[in-house]
Design a binder for this molecule. Sequence first.
Ligand code: NAD
Ligand code: MG
Length: 392
Amino acid sequence: MRSISVFGATGSIGESTFDLLMHAGGRGAFRTVALTGGRNVARLAAQARALGAEVAVSAYDDCLPALRAALAGSGIEAAAGTEALLEAADRPADWVMSAIIGAAGLAPGFRALRHGGTLALANKESLVAAGPLLMAEAARHGARILPVDSEHSAVFQALVGEDIALVERIIITASGGALRDWPLERLAHATVAEASRHPNWAMGQRITIDSASMFNKAMELIETREFFGVAPAQIEVLVHPESIVHALVGFADGALMAHLGAPDMRHAIGYALNWPARGALPVARLDLAALGQLSFRAPDPLRWPALRLAREVMEVRGQAGAVFNAAKEVALDSFIAGQVGFMDMAGLVESTIDKMVTRQSLGNAATSLDMVLQTDAEARAVARSLSGQEKD
Ligand code: NAD
Ligand code: MG
């Protein structure tokens, strides 16, 4: 029986993963090693009971008593805190879902690779902040990383049986997010609530705001480069409001292979779960006649400066991705807290990168995860001080 663990089981990706695991037979089909979550211990405990997990871990120490109480009588171990998350990652599992949000997902993912199994990677921050290191770690342990981001899963599927050397370009699509059709001059005044209403995808609030600002797509540009090893100039972003075509791969003969599907993350999660085969998935089937038409347009660089920043980060490479990711998380926190405006987020990230460049040579690659986490911490401190200044 295949053993599995889910990091970030109570989040948006985690819940979709749980749904698919239950659909595929639940505890009768999988041996669940570890499930992890945050403060929603009731939900974490319910999932752990349903799948008969060995251990359930909350990321927060103070949640331990409540988690213990919720698991009483089940025989399931309860644990909490950062060390407990790493200990859970040390428990061997054939298939591990990495769906913690943010830089907090890096260390558990790295640790899970040591078993040489499969890491289904939703945590794109791992590739943005530490791509070369993560891929090298996987290679060293004979582990496999499968993409879970919908665009990257789409590219991965379009590449089955193909020679990557014959790929001319990779096009990832973007819905444009909640504020896509707003007049440019209104964007500066967009509220958190307005930026949090995604037109097509039901996701966590942070990634939904990142969709509106295109920081999510900016991260995905870097993720594409790191995952598939193509040059930055080969990767394009295309605004596609319907979110039906997730990505396209262009080959040397001019052919473009597109991946289409309903906007439902269970497509990509299910592909990673069943890979290299395909399994029946409980997702909506497309009715193209009912859809009638699909539309595409080039992204407006004034509206979405995050895309230009990502290209600059890809040029520098080294540790620029770690700075970019950390600064983006601080900028998002500052926007959610009402400290900076919607259009100030990109400026804050850019200023953080500029400041960090003068401090150290960002172009030098990180040689350890500790180094990445150190750069992450420094970049956060710089971004926080800058966002404080921008308040006045
Ligand atoms: P979410 O906020 O809904 O869930 C995050 C999960 O991580 C929860 O289980 C939460 O308890 C846990 N968590 C939060 N902070 C933590 C911390 N500091 N330490 C340990 N655990 C913590 O996030 P999500 O939308 O499911 O996204 C998860 C990851 O998947 C992100 O990296 C995101 O970019 C990526 N992703 C999400 C989607 C989507 O549709 N939601 C699509 C593509 C990629
Ligand atoms: Mg995506």
